[in-house]
Design a protein. Structure first.
Length: 432
C-alpha cells in the first residue's frame, strides 16, 4: 500500500522539477486519498519517466557520485598498459576466481597471469578459461582468504615469469619464483616465462647416449639416457632421496652439470629434510660459497593451493631449461615417455643392499644389444671409463672367473680389485 501511495503522489505532481524529497515524505501520509482511475490508466512509459525524473531531482541522489568515477577508472586502465588492463573479481570459489573485464577486446589470453590489487599479500591468478560475457576463469597461485568481489585485478599481459640462472643455485623458491628460504632476494638479470614454445624439431638430437651415473646397478642393468626421462619408484624408507642426492652429486662432479629439484605436493618435513641433507653433503653451499652450489630447489608442497602444485613443475622445468640452453650448448632431447624406470624394493632394502634397486622390475630403453656391447663402447664418444670397467667386470662374473670368491667379498665394494682384496683379507682373517 505504501508503494501505491508513493506512485500516486508522483502522478499528481507537476511535470516540472518542483517535486522534492518533501513530496516523497508527504506521500506516505495515510490520510491522502487513493489514486483515481485516471491515474491508474496512465501509460507505463509516462509513469517510468516521472519516476526517473523524480529520482534525478532528489537532493539525496544529486549528492551521490555520478559517472565521473568510471572515467577515473578508464584513465587508470590506460595508465596500467592499455584498454582492459584492469578487471574486477566477480566470483570466488575456493582456488577458482572469476574476473570480469570491461570489453572483450581487453580480455587476457589463456595462461596469462593477473595480479590482485590492494590485497594484503601478493596474489597471482592464471587465466584458464574464457566463460563469455567478458568473464575469465582463473586459478589462484596462493590462498584466496580475504578476497572479495569487486577487488581490482591487473592484467600483466604475460605468463608467470620466474628468475633463472646461477643466482638460483642453492636457493629455494616457490611457483612464482619468490625465495622462501629467508635468505634475501634472488638477484639476477635473467627471467623466463613458465609457458614457452617447445624446441623446434631441427634442434632435437637424434643420437642415443648413456648417462654414466657412477652407480653400477644403474649403469649395467637399467642405464639412463642422456636427455631422457627417468622414474624412481619405491615405498617409504627404501632410499629414493639418497639415490637422488647421489645422482645430483655424481652429475655435478663427473659432468660439471647442475640439477633442479622440483617438489610437487610433497610433505613440508620431506622438503626440509632434503634441504638439510643437501647442505650436509655439500651439494648446496651457503654464505660466500653459494655460487659453488650444484642444485636449485623449487617447492610446491602439499599445503599449497592446487594451482601452485599444478604449476610448480613448470617453474622447475623453466629453471632447468635455462641451464640446458644457456649454460650447456648441447641441443635438447625430448621423448614422449619415460626412458628408464628404477624400482627400489623393500625386500632388497631389508637385506641391507643399497641402493635397493630391483634389477628385474627396473627397465631402460638403453638396455639393448646394439648399445650394450663392447663395440658400441669403443666407437661411442664421451663414454665413461668406469662404465667400461663395470661392463668388463660383469662379463667376467657371468663367465665364472670369480666363482672362487665368497659372496661376502662382493658386499659394499667398488671395483673388482676391491673384491679380490677383500676376499684375500677375509681369507687371512679366517686362517688366523
Amino acid at each position: 500500500m505504501a508503494s501505491r501511495r508513493i506512485l500516486s503522489s508522483l502522478l499528481r505532481s507537476s511535470s516540472g522539477r518542483s517535486t522534492s524529497k518533501s513530496s516523497l515524505i508527504g506521500s506516505r501520509n495515510p490520510r491522502l486519498p487513493s489514486p483515481g482511475p485516471a491515474h491508474r490508466a496512465a501509460p507505463c512509459g509516462t509513469l517510468l519517466g516521472r519516476v526517473a525524473e523524480y529520482s534525478t531531482s532528489s537532493p539525496a541522489n544529486s549528492a551521490a557520485p555520478s559517472s565521473a568515477p568510471a572515467k577515473d577508472e578508464g584513465k587508470k586502465t590506460y595508465d596500467y598498459g592499455g584498454k582492459g588492463a584492469i578487471g574486477r573479481v566477480c566470483q570466488v570459489i575456493g582456488a577458482i576466481v572469476d574476473v570480469r573485464f570491461e570489453d572483450q577486446e581487453g580480455l587476457p589470453p589463456i595462461m596469462t597471469s593477473l595480479e590482485v590489487q590492494d590485497h594484503p599479500t601478493r596474489l597471482v591468478l592464471e587465466v584458464s578459461h574464457h566463460l563469455g560475457q567478458n568473464v575469465v576463469r582463473t586459478i589462484a597461485m596462493d590462498g584466496t582468504e580475504g578476497l572479495v568481489r569487486g577487488r581490482k585485478v591487473l592484467n600483466t599481459g604475460a605468463p608467470i615469469t620466474v628468475p633463472v640462472g646461477r643466482a638460483t643455485l642453492g636457493r629455494i623458491m616457490n611457483v612464482l619464483g619468490e625465495p622462501i628460504d629467508e635468505r634475501g632476494e634472488i638477484k639476477t638479470e635473467h627471467y623466463l616465462p613458465i609457458h614457452r614454445d617447445a624446441p623446434a624439431l631441427v634442434d632435437l638430437a637424434t643420437g642415443q647416449e648413456i648417462l654414466a651415473t657412477g652407480i653400477k646397478v644403474v649403469d649395467l642393468l637399467a642405464p639412463y639416457q642422456r636427455g631422457g626421462k627417468i622414474g624412481l619408484f619405491g615405498g617409504a624408507g627404501v632410499g629414493k632421496t639418497v639415490l637422488i642426492m647421489e645422482l645430483i652429486n655424481n652429475v655435478a662432479k663427473a659432468h660439471g652439470g647442475f640439477s633442479v629439484f622440483a617438489g610437487v605436493g610433497e610433505r613440508t618435513r620431506e622438503g626440509n629434510d632434503l634441504y638439510r641433507e643437501m647442505i650436509e653433503s655439500g651439494v648446496i653451499k651457503l654464505g660466500e660459497k653459494q655460487s659453488e652450489s650444484k642444485c636449485a630447489l623449487v617447492y610446491g608442497q602439499m599445503n599449497e593451493p592446487p594451482g601452485a602444485r599444478a604449476r610448480v613443475g613448470l617453474t622447475g622445468l623453466t629453471v632447468a631449461e635455462y641451464f640446458r640452453d644457456a649454460e650447456d650448448p648441447a641441443p635438447a632431447t625430448t621423448f614422449a615417455h619415460l626412458d628408464a624406470t628404477t624400482v627400489l624394493s623393500r625386500q632388497i632394502s631389508e637385506l641391507g643392499i643399497y641402493p635397493a634397486v630391483d634389477p628385474l622390475d627396473s627397465t631402460s630403453r638403453m638396455l639393448s644389444p646394439h648399445i650394450l656391447v663392447p663395440e658400441s663402447f669403443q666407437c661411442s664418444l664421451n663414454m665413461s671409463v668406469d662404465l667400461k670397467l663395470s661392463y668388463n667386470w660383469l662379463s667376467g662374473l657371468l663367465d665364472g672367473k670369480y666363482d672362487d670368491l665368497s659372496e661376502q667379498s662382493f658386499y659394499m665394494v667398488g671395483g673388482i680389485d676391491e673384491v679380490v682384496a677383500k676376499a684375500e683379507k677375509i681369507a687371512k682373517e679366517s686362517a688366523a
